[in-house]
Design a protein around this ligand. Structure first.
Ligand SMILES: *Cc1c(COP(=O)(O)O)cnc(C)c1O
Length: 413
């Protein structure tokens, strides 16, 4: 690719399809797989995932509109704090499958909106619970959200109150389906299972005490993705087997999971060109075309984005080519801020101005979380690589509306 066609995002839709199908295959039937659209909501990505997921989780009115348009027949779950009245009304109008209620105020607002809708409109809700977690299995894991102060979900006392209001029939058009808890992220399969087990136990206990049924428990997303070791993958087989054991113990239960990062991270790359290589006070820097305004993931998470160097032999200039040899290189972008770093101190055999660099694991929380307009550099190109010609085969009825992506394999925009 010529340098001025870079940077570019490359997405391998075929790899994404196989990965999603493998995730689905690892999960028992009574586990519904929802993709958290905020990880990467590109329409092509949603369409590639559609055959393997049961639906999509959206977290704003904007995502709701976008995802509904991209995959019109797909069931949606609407979560997120601070939903406005207009967003809730839109969700009811769209007919979302589930509403994840995050506060008592929101429950009242939803109750009123459904009551007003002339007797037709019902909403199926999950109460999002901010549950305290306990147990030895969880010691030492980086639990970020559960049982701690957050703007998300209902504290145990608020959860009790909402359950009581629902049980007392205050909201005749709201159907309580169960509990939702997305308590942490970056957890391995064993820890995820320990968390899921606690959430299910709590749901069972709440149902018993409130003399209701909570047939559905959404145990959230947050499956670990290790940027330091791209080959280390979340153990979906072990996770599926563990969820199967939980389901065996609770015959009336349906579980739902809503991963984002672990679904799409591995299927995206950010490819660019080395513009310059230089020394600064003992550190070797490569400056690449683009930067964290396109790929904010390493800045947001404070990690080194995994990368590969693709050598380019051509050097058109009469002056010496800037080069780094057998030394660690820090990869910076074009922004005038020291925070614009994609990877630090990466050992390379040789790196020269004009070589290409491909940053891996850029398929989730990458382009869509980046501050695109800072410094007004051009936007990257987007290529959706696709070998699939038999796209209609594995398509369930509700997804039939979308036409198969055409060859040639790559589309830019
Ligand atoms: C962000 C989010 C997810 C997805 O989390 P990942 O770490 O990307 O798997 C799932 N559920 C909720 C409620 C979220 O906010």
């Amino acid at each position: 690719m010529p340098g001025d066609e870079l940077p570019a995002y490359l997405y391998d839709l075929e790899a994404l399809r196989s990965h999603a199908a493998a995730v689905r295959a690892a999960l028992p039937e009574r586990v519904e797989l929802y993709y958290a659209a905020k990880a990467n909501p590109e329409a092509e990505i949603l369409a590639a995932l559609a055959p393997s997921v049961d639906g999509f989780e959206v977290s704003s009115g904007g995502e709701l509109t976008h995802v509904h348009q991209a995959v019109p027949e797909a069931p949606l779950a609407f979560g997120g704090p601070g939903k406005t009245r207009a967003e809730l009304a839109k969700a009811l109008e769209t007919g979302v499958e589930r509403l994840h209620v995050e506060s008592e105020h929101e429950l009242h607002m939803l109750g009123e909106l459904t009551a007003r809708a002339g007797g037709h409109r019902e909403a199926a809700v999950l109460l999002r619970a901010n549950l305290p977690l306990s147990g030895r299995e969880l010691e030492g894991s980086a639990l970020a959200m559960g049982g701690r102060p957050t703007p998300f979900g209902l504290d145990p006392a608020q959860l009790e109150r909402c359950l009581r209001l629902l049980a007392e029939g205050h909201f005749p058009r709201l159907r309580l389906r169960g509990i939702h808890a997305h308590l942490a992220s970056g957890l391995d399969a064993a820890t995820q299972l320990a968390v899921a087990e606690q959430i299910v136990d709590r749901a069972v206990e709440l149902a018993r005490r409130h003399r209701t049924v909570l047939p559905e428990v959404n145990v959230g997303g947050g499956m670990a993705v290790d940027y330091a070791d791209p080959a280390a993958r979340f153990d979906w087989a072990a996770y599926g087997a563990g969820l199967g054991r939980i389901l065996d113990a609770h015959p009336g239960l349906t579980l739902r999971v809503e991963p984002g990062r672990a679904m799409t991270a591995y299927s995206g790359w950010y490819a660019t060109e080395v513009l310059d290589v230089k020394h600064s006070y003992g550190v070797r820097f490569a400056v690449v075309r683009g930067g964290t305004h396109h790929l904010r993931t390493p800045a947001a998470r404070q990690h080194d984005q995994p990368l590969a160097v693709l050598p380019v032999e051509d050097w058109p200039h009469p002056w010496p080519r800037p080069v780094a040899e057998s030394e660690p290189v820090t990869f910076a972008g074009q922004l005038c801020t020291p925070k614009d770093v994609l990877a630090r101190q990466v050992p390379v055999d040789r790196l020269r101005a004009g070589d290409r660099v491909v940053f891996a694991m850029a398929g989730a929380y990458a382009w869509n979380i980046s501050h695109h307009d800072f410094l007004m550099h051009p936007r990257p190109a987007f290529h959706f690589l696709d070998d699939q010609v038999r796209a209609s085969e594995s398509r369930p009825a509700w997804k039939a509306g979308r036409s198969a992506p055409a060859r040639p394999a790559s589309t830019a925009r």
